[in-house]
Unconditional design. Sequence first.
Length: 248
Amino acid sequence: MLANAFGGAPSRSSKSVSQDTPKKPTTRTTAPLANPAPDAEAPTETMLAVSSEYAALGHLNHCPSGMYLTPSTESLLVWLGVLFVHQGYYASSVLRFRVTFPQDYPQHPPAVSFTTDVFHPLVSQADGTFALAPRFSPWMPKDHHVFDVLYWIKASFKKPALDKLTEKDCLNKEAFRLYRESPSSFSALALQTSGLSQSPSALFDSDHPQMGGRSQGGVVFRQMAIPELAKVRKEVGLPEPRDPVVPE
């Protein structure tokens, strides 16, 4: 099951999205954020909550545009996602991430980590951990849901969210410092993130290393000839791709 409608590739590179199951709704290596219990050992309440949250992503506006998610084939408690960034400093980036649910979800929040190497104030350079605290402090299980987390992930790559960050929020202090003191240097490194995330090895090489190790399943890319890609874009009603505009 792949959550979200087709959002389209954000650049002129010839790539497309496919999925391992037909149901609808450059990196570093690091230790995983958590070792989720096998589904058979997870509490029934947790499994029901996670299943319900995933099903809800099929509802209107519950999954951000340009974002795709599918459960790992190893566990429903691990979701594998891809975010296409269309605007801003990270325009045209193709970023893979992982959402890992604790055994007592929803009492405690899921953990999010990027498996693509991302230079971002909220993303740890050591292991790809993404900071939820600026948006969910504290986590309120009756009010907060996975779709809130997903929208925060997307928003964090936009200038309004970046402008509101404080140093204590950030896991990458150097990225925060450059954003505040040297926007041109920050922009260059963000563009480097974008370029590396679109490299053929990052997109198409099944043996390409990922932060936190490789999970089974997830979104799969395949190369397409330009005419084939243009045909697919036309079939799904996507406009011709435009060159990204980076804020000054």
